[in-house]
Design a protein around this ligand. Structure first.
Ligand code: NAD
Length: 346
C-alpha cells in the first residue's frame, strides 16, 4: 500500500515533490500552484500527477491521502485546515502559521478530525543533526546549561515580495530562519520550556536595501535574543537576513554541558553540515567523532511512514505551536524593549 500525495505551492514544494517521487511508499498524484508556468514545468517532470490551480478542486476530486502545504506563510493555516477538513493528512511548511492563534486553530482541527499534522522543520533530519541528537541522548554532555543558536546572512533577504510584508509572512528572519534554529536547539535539549525572553530587533538596513529594489519591506532584518529556559539553561539566538556576519550563510547551534558539547555548523557558507560531538577528556574538550555529512532530508519519508504505521509525526503540531508562542514573545520583547515572561498552561 502506498500513500497518495499532492503538493500545494511549487517553490519549496518542488523539493517535497522530488522527495515523494523518491519515496518507495508514496505516490505523487497531484500538484497545485496558482502560477501556470511553474505548474506546467512541474507537470513535465511528473506527468502522472493531475494539476490544479485551485487547491479546493484538488481536494474535491479525491484520490488523495495527504498533502504538503508549501504556499506562502499567510496561507498555511487556511490551506492546512481545508485539507484536514477534506480528510487529508498534512505536512505543513515552517513556520506553522503567521501567529500562535492560527497555529492553535490548526492543532485543534487536527485533533478534531484525527488527521496528522507535521511541520516541515527539516534540519532535524540531516544526518549530522541525528548524530548529535544521539550524542546528547547518550548523556555525553552531562547537565546542559547553555545553548547558542544562529543563522546569519550578510545579504540574503528573500526578494519574493511576500517574505518582507509582515501581514503575509508574520515577520522577517526570526520567523523565517529563527524557527529552524530555535527548533534545532530545543529539540537537541529535549524541548525545555522558555521562561523569559529579552530581545532586540532591527529593520532599517533591510528597509534601505528594499527601497533600492522597490520592494515593500516592514519586517526586521536582524534579531538578537537572550532566552532563559527551565532547568537553569540560558540560550542566545541571533538571526539575520542582512548584517551580523560577512558570510553568505552562517549557521551554528551549540549545546554546552558540564561534561561536553554538541556543535552543528554549516561549512563553506553553504548547506553542508559539520557535527562536533565534544567531550571533556582529562580537562580537554575533545572531538570524539568529527564527521562531515552531505545535506540530506528524510522528513518526507518520516511523514509517509507515520501515515502508514499510524504513528504521531514529529516535528508535531504542538511543537510548531510552541515555537510560534516563543517567536511571538521574542517580537513582543523587542517591541516593548524589555524582558517578557512566558506562561505555559498546557
Ligand atoms: N523548510 C525549508 O527549508 C524551507 C525553505 C524555503 C521555503 N520554505 C517555506 O515554504 C513556503 C513557501 O516558500 P517559497 O520560498 O517556496 O515561496 P515562493 O513564493 O517561492 O513559492 C510559493 C508558491 O506558492 C504558490 N501559491 C501562492 N498562493 C497559492 C495558492 N492559493 N494556491 C496554490 N499555490 C499558491 C505561488 O504561486 C508560488 O509558486 C514558505 O512557508 C517558506 O517559509 C521552507
Amino acid at each position: 500500500m502506498s500513500v497518495r500525495v499532492g503538493v500545494i505551492g511549487l517553490g519549496m514544494g518542488k523539493y517535497h515533490a522530488r522527495a515523494y517521487q523518491a519515496c518507495k511508499d508514496a505516490e505523487l498524484v497531484a500538484l497545485c500552484d496558482l502560477d501556470e508556468e511553474r505548474l506546467q514545468q512541474m507537470h513535465a517532470q511528473y506527468p502522472q500527477a493531475r494539476i490544479y490551480t485551485d487547491y479546493r478542486e484538488m481536494f474535491a476530486d479525491g484520490g488523495l491521502d495527504a498533502v504538503s502545504v508549501a504556499v506562502p506563510n499567510y496561507l498555511h493555516a487556511e490551506v492546512s485546515i481545508a485539507a484536514m477538513r477534506a480528510g487529508l493528512h498534512v505536512l505543513c511548511e515552517k513556520p506553522m502559521a503567521l501567529n500562535s492563534a492560527q497555529a492553535e486553530e490548526m492543532l485543534r482541527v487536527s485533533q478534531e478530525t484525527g488527521r496528522k499534522l507535521m511541520i516541515h522543520l527539516n534540519y532535524r533530519f540531516c544526518t549530522a543533526s541525528q548524530f548529535l541528537k544521539r550524542h546528547v541522548e547518550e548523556g555525553h554532555l552531562g547537565r546542559i546549561y547553555y545553548a547558542q543558536t544562529r543563522w546569519l546572512r550578510a545579504r540574503g533577504i528573500p526578494w519574493r515580495g511576500w517574505f518582507s510584508r509582515k501581514e503575509l509572512s508574520g515577520g522577517g528572519p526570526l520567523i523565517d530562519l529563527g524557527v529552524h534554529r530555535l527548533d534545532l536547539a530545543l529539540w537537541l535539549m529535549g524541548y525545555p520550556r522558555p521562561l523569559t525572553v529579552s530581545a532586540s530587533a532591527f529593520g532599517s538596513l533591510g528597509a534601505r536595501l528594499a527601497e533600492e529594489k522597490g520592494v515593500p519591506y516592514d519586517v526586521e532584518d536582524l534579531v538578537a535574543a537572550h532566552i532563559r529556559l527551565e532547568g537553569g539553561i540560558a540560550m542566545t539566538l541571533e538571526v539575520s537576513w542582512a548584517g551580523g556576519t560577512d558570510k553568505r550563510e552562517e549557521m551554528h547551534t551549540g549545546i554546552y554541558g558540564v561534561q561536553g558539547a554538541a556543535i552543528l555548523r554549516n561549512r563553506n557558507e553553504g548547506y553542508d553540515f559539520e557535527a562536533l560531538a565534544l567531550q571533556d577528556v582529562a580537562g580537554h574538550l575533545t572531538a570524539l567523532e568529527p564527521r562531515v555529512f552531505p545535506p540530506s532530508s528524510t522528513a518526507i519519508d518520516h511523514f509517509v511512514a507515520c501515515i502508514l504505521e499510524d504513528r504521531a509525526p514529529e516535528p508535531s503540531a504542538s511543537q510548531g505551536l510552541f515555537l510560534m508562542r516563543l517567536i511571538e514573545a521574542i517580537y513582543r520583547s523587542a517591541e516593548r524593549e524589555r524582558e517578557i515572561a512566558l506562561s505555559w498552561q498546557d
